[in-house]
Design a protein around this ligand. Structure first.
Ligand SMILES: NC(=O)c1ccc[n+]([C@@H]2O[C@H](COP(=O)([O-])OP(=O)(O)OC[C@H]3O[C@@H](n4cnc5c(N)ncnc54)[C@H](OP(=O)(O)O)[C@@H]3O)[C@@H](O)[C@H]2O)c1
Length: 245
C-alpha cells in the first residue's frame, strides 16, 4: 500500500476533517491531503500548533484550511454539535472523517491501573470517535462519496501486557469501525481503519523512550494509505484494516 501513487489532484474539492492534526501523523496527513487538493479541517486542542499547520498549508498555496479546536477530554455533546454546525455552515457537507487523535495513557498492570487515567484514555481514544462520528454522519451522508477512517494499532493484532486502556481503546475503535462498516454497507459512506505501524512521533517516543528515533519511519513516509482511503480509488472498500508498513 505504501507504493500508492496518488495523482496531484486526487482530493480536489474534497472536505476532509482530521482529528489530532496539530502534530505527528495527523499533521503529516493534513499537509499531504492539502497538497493533493483537499480543503482540510484541522482539529486539535492546541490552537497555536494548529495555526502553524494552517500557515504551512496556506504558504504552500494549497486550499485554505479551517481550524476547529476541541479538547476531547473535556468536550460535551453540545460542543460536538457546535463543531458539526460550523462545518455545515462553512461547507454544507463532509467527505472524509479521519479519527487520528489519541493518547497513550498509562501503561501498568491491570491490578494497579489508575481508574481515572483509564477512563480518560478510553474517553479520548474511543468515546470521542463514537460521538464525533454520530454527530458528523448527517454531513457525511450529504457527500457523493464519503470515507470514514479509524486509527488502529499493532496492539490489536498482538495484544500484550501492561498496555491498559490504550490497547482496549484500540480494540474498541476496531470494533466500532467494523460495526459501522456493516451498518453503512449499502450507503455512499465507506468505513475502514489504518494501523500506522511504528512511526517517529511524540507518542512513540513516550511509549519507547530508549529507542533510536532515527531508525523509525517518519510520519510523512506513511501517508499513502491515508490518501488512498480519502480518495475515489478506494470506492467500494469497506470494513478493512490497512497496514502502513
Ligand atoms: N506513532 C506510532 O508509532 C503509532 C502507532 C500505532 C498507532 N498510532 C496512532 O496514531 C494516531 C496518531 O498518533 P501520533 O503517533 O501521531 O501521536 P502524537 O504525535 O502524540 O499526536 C496525537 C495527536 O492527538 C491530539 N490529541 C491528543 N489528545 C487530545 C485531546 N484530548 N483532544 C484533542 N486532541 C488530542 C494531539 O494534540 P496535541 O498536539 O495538542 O498534543 C495530537 O495532535 C493515534 O491514534 C495513535 O494511537 C501511532
Amino acid at each position: 500500500m505504501l507504493s500508492y501513487s496518488p495523482p496531484p489532484n486526487l482530493l480536489q474539492n474534497r472536505i476532509v476533517l482530521i482529528t489530532g492534526a496539530s502534530d505527528g501523523i495527523g499533521k503529516a496527513v493534513a499537509l499531504a491531503a492539502a497538497a493533493h487538493g483537499a480543503t482540510v479541517i484541522l482539529h486539535g486542542r492546541n490552537v497555536r500548533k494548529l495555526e502553524g499547520v494552517y500557515d504551512t498549508i496556506v504558504n504552500a498555496g494549497h486550499p485554505r484550511p479551517s481550524i476547529l479546536p476541541l479538547d476531547f477530554e473535556k468536550a460535551g455533546p453540545a460542543e460536538y454539535e457546535q463543531l458539526a454546525t460550523a462545518i455545515e455552515k462553512e461547507f454544507g457537507r463532509l467527505d472524509v472523517l479521519l479519527h487520528n487523535a489519541g493518547m497513550l495513557g498509562e501503561r501498568a498492570p491491570i491490578e494497579h491501573y489508575d481508574v481515572a487515567k483509564w477512563l480518560r484514555t478510553m474517553h479520548v481514544n474511543v468515546n470521542s470517535p463514537f460521538i464525533l462520528t454520530r454527530t458528523c454522519l448527517p454531513l457525511l451522508r450529504r457527500s457523493e462519496d464519503a470515507s470514514i477512517v479509524f486509527t488502529s494499532s499493532g496492539v490489536v493484532a498482538r495484544p500484550r501486557a501492561f498496555w491498559g486502556a490504550y490497547l482496549v481503546s484500540k480494540w474498541g475503535c476496531e470494533g466500532l469501525m467494523r460495526m459501522l462498516a456493516d451498518e453503512l454497507e449499502n450507503t455512499r459512506i465507506r468505513v475502514n481503519s489504518i494501523n500506522p505501524g511504528k512511526v517517529r512521533t511524540n507518542m512513540r517516543l513516550q511509549a519507547y523512550p530508549a529507542e533510536n528515533r532515527d531508525l523509525l519511519p517518519t510520519p510523512e513516509s506513511i501517508v499513502g494509505p491515508y490518501l488512498y482511503l480519502f480518495g475515489p480509488d478506494s470506492k467500494g472498500i469497506n470494513g478493512r484494516t490497512f497496514e502502513c508498513q
